[in-house]
Design a protein around this ligand. Structure first.
Ligand SMILES: CC(C)(COP(=O)(O)OP(=O)(O)OC[C@H]1O[C@@H](n2cnc3c(N)ncnc32)[C@H](O)[C@@H]1OP(=O)(O)O)[C@@H](O)C(=O)NCCC(=O)NCCS
Length: 146
C-alpha cells in the first residue's frame, strides 16, 4: 500500500537519491532541506512500508499551486506513484483554496507530460530555451482547480 504524507528531515537522503536518479540537473539536498522550513512550500513523500518511493515538491502561493518537482524512484515507475502524488498535491491545493495549478516541464519529457495531461493539465505557453543546461524549451501547463 502506498501512503503519502509530509516529508521529515529523516526522508531527505531518500529524496536526494531519487532526485539524482531522476533529473539531468539535480537540485542539491540542501534545497529540499530548506523547503521543509518554508511556510508556503510542501514536500510530500510516497512510502511503501518504510521505503520512500517518490516525492513531490510544490508551493502554495496565494491562490496558485506551483508544481516544482515530482519524481518516482526508477525501479518503482509505472505503478501509479506519480499519479497518486499528483492527486494528493492537487487535493491539497484545492483544500488550501487554490484556483489553479501551474508548472513548467521540459518539452522532451514525454512521461511527465503524459502524467500531467492525464490529470487535466493543458499547455498554455512555450518558453524557448528555458533550461540552461541544454537549452531545452519548457512547456507551461495549467490546470483550473476551482
Ligand atoms: C514522470 C514520473 C514522475 C511519472 O511517475 P510514475 O510513478 O512512473 O507515474 P505513474 O505510474 O503514476 O503514471 C501515471 C500516468 O502517467 C503517464 N506516464 C507515466 N510514465 C510514462 C511513460 N514512461 N510513458 C508514457 N506515459 C507515462 C501515463 O499516462 C500513466 O498512466 P498509465 O500507467 O495508466 O498509462 C516519473 O517518470 C519520473 O520520476 N520521471 C523523472 C522525474 C521527472 O521528470 N519528473 C517530472 C518533472 S518535475
Amino acid at each position: 500500500m502506498l501512503v503519502i504524507d509530509p516529508a521529515t528531515p529523516a526522508d531527505l537522503d531518500a529524496i536526494d537519491e531519487i532526485e539524482r536518479h531522476s533529473f539531468p540537473a539535480p537540485w542539491p539536498r540542501a534545497t529540499f532541506e530548506a523547503e521543509l522550513a518554508r511556510a508556503h512550500a510542501r514536500l510530500d513523500v510516497a512510502r511503501r512500508g518504510s521505503r520512500v518511493v517518490g516525492f513531490a515538491n510544490y508551493w502554495l502561493v496565494v491562490d496558485e499551486l506551483h508544481v516544482h518537482a515530482i519524481a518516482t524512484h526508477p525501479d518503482q515507475r509505472r505503478l501509479g506513484v506519480g499519479a497518486q502524488l499528483l492527486d494528493h498535491m492537487l487535493a491539497t491545493g484545492r483544500g488550501a483554496g487554490c484556483a489553479s495549478a501551474t508548472l513548467e516541464v521540459r518539452c522532451t519529457n514525454a512521461p511527465a507530460i503524459a502524467l500531467y495531461q492525464a490529470a487535466g493539465f493543458r499547455t498554455v505557453h512555450v518558453r524557448a530555451r528555458y533550461y540552461q543546461d541544454d537549452g531545452t524549451d519548457a512547456l507551461v501547463m495549467v490546470l483550473a482547480l476551482a
